[in-house]
Design a protein around this ligand. Structure first.
Ligand code: GLP
Length: 243
């Protein structure tokens, strides 16, 4: 693992520069995104949009996939990952919708949605570059701590600790927070050719230390990233405090 500690206000530009290089080298690259606060706090999407709008990066031929979605909320719901990606990224760039896959949280058979996602990835020869965040309980995508981790995309319960974290986004009502999600499997993540994990803020310091230095265990899924041959971890000073 290559670990870089940068000031918070330089992370967005640094990651966006790397993505622009990846896209220049392979215009039809398949990139997997992440949602959550981290890309917003660091400005990763904002910086990438700026490069696209200035002509420094042409994203129009890229393929994009999102690794997860909460079940039971429609795409139009403002907390769906579909709406998040539109609001924070896709609405601002020139990119054809047919070249994206964001799982549908209202799919009749979520297991089939998982298979559709796997096939989308396989048909493009695998994920070239995956941006991931780090959940407070060590989850990556929605791969929650568990005695074993499915290899292929799957339907998962959302851990209580995360549902409580998201409650303010759902009007403070825990009962309105989705209880399940579809997510990449661990094999889906590990087959990505390059993974960039970004974590910022003091509240991530304990889990960052565990993920990067702790024993490898499916009870802290991010620890498994230690086995991936091409992972870059980008932290701000607060998140790096304990590792
Ligand atoms: C969310 C998403 C992940 C995200 C992670 C961290 O629930 N399922 O894809 O990376 O949790 O989120 P944040 O950046 O808000 O801490």
């Amino acid at each position: 693992m290559n670990i870089r500690v940068l000031p918070l206000d330089r992370i967005g530009a640094s990651v966006a520069d790397e993505i622009a290089e990846v896209v220049a080298a392979k215009p039809d690259v398949l990139i997997a995104w992440t949602t959550g606060n981290t890309p917003l706090r660091t400005g990763i999407y904002r910086e990438l949009i700026a490069r696209e709008q200035s002509g420094a990066a042409d994203l129009s031929s890229c393929w994009f996939v999102n690794p997860d979605e909460q079940l039971g909320i429609p795409r139009e719901h403002e907390e769906s990952y579909h709406a998040y990606m539109k609001r924070h990224f896709f609405d601002h760039i020139n990119h054809p919708e047919e070249r994206r896959f964001i799982p549908d949280g209202m799919a009749d058979r979520p297991e089939d949605e998982c298979e559709r996602m796997e096939r989308f990835i396989e048909a493009r020869g695998g994920i070239d570059y995956q941006l991931v965040g780090l959940g407070i309980n060590g989850h990556v995508c929605f791969i929650e701590p568990a005695p074993s981790l499915p290899a292929r995309s799957f339907v998962t319960p959302i851990a209580d600790v995360n549902r409580q974290l998201y409650a303010p986004l759902f009007g403070g009502r825990l009962e309105d927070v989705p209880t399940a999600a579809v997510t990449f499997g661990w094999g889906t993540v590990m087959r990505s050719r390059r993974i960039i994990l970004v974590a910022v803020g003091r509240e991530k310091a304990e889990i960052v230390a565990r993920a990067l230095r702790g024993p490898i265990t499916t009870e802290c899924p991010a620890t498994v990233l230690q086995l991936h041959p091409n992972v870059e971890v980008v932290l701000d000073e607060a998140a790096a405090e304990l590792y």
